[in-house]
Ligand binder design. Structure first.
Ligand code: KIV
Length: 273
């Protein structure tokens, strides 16, 4: 089997991610939302598992990430944590759970950590949420930032196209990245921005920078697991590499099952008591 299995079986921590950046070892990160998938992803040797609010899209079928609730994120996070031994589990704080005020944000963060037993949180935004980020970190909770395309702000942008192409937005992104590092974030996700800008941020910061649609000159990559496994047939953005065609594999298996049931081929004598 082709692949990369780390010989280091120790639990991945924020400290170890920084060490990986320092020695130039790229960080692998992938989403999971349930126990079975998390077991597979962790068993394959993933460094970081993100319980993304993309669960709103890929698990619940919503058009955006906005509808998913704190309770639903905690349900997904608990399921993932039960399946993971080595990877660091990072949970997205959902829309509406931290943008209001600092104490509300802190209360949401504490609920996720207490109830799910995850390792860290991820939050979208820079200067606008920096007070809340600091509060949460001062409570001992590791936070990963998220800049560039921030799907929780889709109604402000109006489109999912590449962000920070103009100078003003790029300058703000660089400032925000430094603010998040100074606030104590242990890592940063950059989504759908020009590769050169992402590379610049990764070189300027000491914390690991993980990209999605942000080119290769960063410290690691993250994708949505259903997308890279080819389960979502219709979703094929340029940045996505599909490592399997599970849509075809699963449709074929399910069609054969239907056919076997209809023709009374399943179950046979060996498949009964
Ligand atoms: O929710 C998510 O899956 C994410 C990744 C796309 C980074 O935030």
């Amino acid at each position: 089997m082709a692949g990369y299995i780390s010989e280091d079986t120790r639990k991945v921590t924020t400290h170890r991610l920084v060490e990986m950046k320092q020695r130039g070892e790229k960080i692998s990160m992938l989403t999971s939302y349930d126990y079975t998938m998390a077991q597979i992803v962790d068993g394959a040797g993933m460094d970081v598992i993100l319980v993304g609010d993309s669960a709103s899209n890929v698990m619940a079928g919503n058009v955006t990430t906005l509808p998913i609730t704190l309770d639903q994120m905690i349900y997904h996070a608990k399921s993932v944590v039960r399946g993971v031994k080595r990877a660091m589990v990072v949970v997205d704080m959902p829309f509406g759970s931290y943008q209001g005020n600092e104490l509300e944000g802190l209360a949401s963060a504490i609920r996720i950590m207490k109830e799910s037993h995850a390792d860290a949180l991820k939050m979208e935004g820079g200067e606008e949420i920096i007070g809340t980020v600091k509060r949460i970190i001062s409570a001992g909770i590791p936070v990963m930032g998220h800049l560039g395309l921030m799907p929780q702000s889709i109604n402000r942008y109006g489109t999912y196209t590449v962000r920070a192409k103009d100078e003003a937005e790029a300058d703000k992104l660089v400032r925000d990245a430094h603010l998040l590092e100074e606030a104590g974030c242990f890592g940063l996700v950059l989504e759908k921005i020009p590769a050169a800008l992402a590379g610049r941020v990764a070189h300027e910061l000491n914390i690991p920078v993980i990209g999605i649609g942000a080119g290769g000159d960063v410290d690691g990559q993250v994708l949505v697991v259903q997308d890279m496994l080819g389960m979502n047939n219709g979703f094929r953005p340029r940045f996505l590499r599909r490592y399997a065609d599970l849509h075809t594999v699963m449709t074929d298996a399910i069609s054969r099952y239907i056919s076997d049931v209809k023709t009374s081929d399943f179950p046979n004598e060996k498949e009964q008591y």
